[in-house]
Design a protein around this ligand. Structure first.
Ligand code: SIN
Length: 192
């Protein structure tokens, strides 16, 4: 699968038939909302878990020195918190460009509460995309994040902004907070 998934995403769903579509965001889409939306709500999806296993060549790193950003990996008994945005179909032009580095749109059930749910789309970079980096220890991931930057800025800001956004919503994510703690240790070492 090519790095640039824009064409593939257009072929996956014809969105022009819908007047509005729900998008589920679990990474930068939680805290960097650079697109118009009709309404937004905190939500969860089931059987997926956030992981810093996706390489970033275009936002928080470069092709020579990729950063690390989030993707989702399947996990049967898990729930993943995020933000759901109701958008019009034309917004996917921008979103497909923003998420072009290996992410494909998947249909997903989005839960607002245990009784209220809808169907929407989520961008996932699976293990078959060329930018996928896969698992590493929290320290190794934190070190790569510390050293990486790209056109959208420092990779560390991606992690710190996301961790702060999760705290704002009273959400605990062991994977994100462990890497955040490692990153903060490394930053302290840099300054000592
Ligand atoms: C998302 O936020 O839903 C996708 C991954 C990212 O752009 O950080």
């Amino acid at each position: 699968m090519p790095h640039d998934t824009q064409k593939l995403n257009k072929q996956r769903q014809d969105l022009t038939q819908f007047s509005e579509i729900w998008l589920f965001g679990y990474g930068s889409l939680i805290y960097k909302v650079d697109f118009p939306f009709i309404t937004s709500r905190p939500a969860t999806i089931k059987h997926w878990e956030r992981r810093f296993w996706q390489g970033s060549h275009d936002h928080r790193g470069t092709p020579e020195a990729p950063g690390r950003v989030l993707t989702l990996v399947p996990k049967p008994e898990s729930e993943c918190f995020g933000m759901a945005y109701q958008v019009t179909d034309d917004v996917f032009e921008h979103l497909d460009h923003r998420e072009k580095n290996g992410y494909l749109r998947h249909e997903v059930e989005i839960f607002f509460t245990s009784e209220e749910q809808t169907v929407g789309l989520v961008y996932i970079g699976d293990e078959h995309n060329e930018a996928f980096l896969g698992p590493e220890s929290a320290t190794t991931i934190a070190q790569q994040i510390l050293e990486s930057r790209g056109p959208s800025g420092e990779n560390r800001d991606y992690l710190l902004n996301l961790a702060n956004a999760l705290r704002d919503h009273n959400v605990y994510d062991a994977h994100v907070f462990e890497i955040e703690a490692e990153l903060k240790k490394l930053i302290r070492l840099e300054w000592s």
